[in-house]
Design a protein around this ligand. Sequence first.
Ligand code: SF4
Ligand code: SF4
Length: 384
Amino acid sequence: MEELQQPLPERLDLFTCIQCGKCTGGCPVSIKSPLNIRRVIRETVVREDLHGFFSRLEIWDCTTCSTCAIRCPRGLKPVDAIIGLREMMVEEGRIEKTIIDALDGAYKYGNPWGRAKNKRAEWAQDLDIQNALEMDPGQILYFVCCAASYDPRVQVVAKTLVTVLKAAGVSFGILGNKEVCCGSEIRRMGEVGLFEMLMEENMKNFGKIEPATIVTTSPHCMNALKNEYEGLGSEVLHYSQFVRRLMDEGKLAFETEVPMKVTYHDPCYLGKQNGVFDEPREILTSIPGIEFIEFGRCRENSLCCEGGGGRMWMEGTNQGKRLSEVRVEDALEMGVEAIITACPFCLLTLEDAVKTTGNEEKIKIIDLMELAVMGLGKTLETEG
Ligand code: SF4
Ligand code: SF4
């Protein structure tokens, strides 16, 4: 906590910035937003008093994709300056109502949508899944995520992952109504204290069962648990990594033809931030009948969908075309029938973009586990 009280330039080593502008050059929102991350760094270093200097809205245009951190030749994390400024805004109460509601929902109900705690596991009630709190230590815990627990579209992804795990004979459990938000987005909205509270709640339950491996639906949960939960002794894997491992172990093989021309959208928190580029591609290309074409902007150069960093709850300055709409248009030009992705936020933002661009008849957004279920010859009978 002492570290947090240091001024931003010291805390983030921003004095070493050489103002080269590579961060801004790589920033996907810079072409349509007043947000200029190089300028943010400069002003953060030179201004004695940052309070109220930046417009509230431009700071919320950042999606926390971390492209700026990948591009920085000095090894800085410019995105952390944005999060630091959001922390100040939260402290001062200079935040929009939608953010206040999301933080309030996470505080009171353990999820940023403010949905009832006792309905968190409703999606799983007919699926015969073990209560992880009754499992012996050293087992596999499936950490579901708020979006997959409550959003009807993402619930389908959770159900398909359960179908895949069962097909591979994996014994696993979920925390059910005891699971709370991983806090990833909460931290990126600038509420560090609430992130820590949520982390402690989850860690208390992890401590009771000491899972050998935690498998997540969302790359955002995977990133938080793996890189930000201090003292967590479990291996943390995104489902794409775990399913790829099951294939290696000979527990899973896709034998049903799925004739479809597809591309793959790299979720920033999976690819750019955790280097998981190959596993999703290896899963989808192992499904017979799949014709796979890469986006021009893929892997480290992939275009963000604009759903991360609290953007699911905050529009920002919202100028120009949404990046998810650009992504859909790029895919249509490539002539694919579907964009495959592996993140609840990407799934929702891309699906929304299909609707806003009027392309519902031309292209589908499919989660990797939905495709896997098709490759296993199973129907999505679990669809809610
Ligand atoms: S890329 Fe790094 S060194 Fe260059 S302006 Fe951005 S923060 Fe500064
Ligand atoms: S995290 Fe992404 S959106 Fe935010 S400033 Fe960096 S490059 Fe731009």
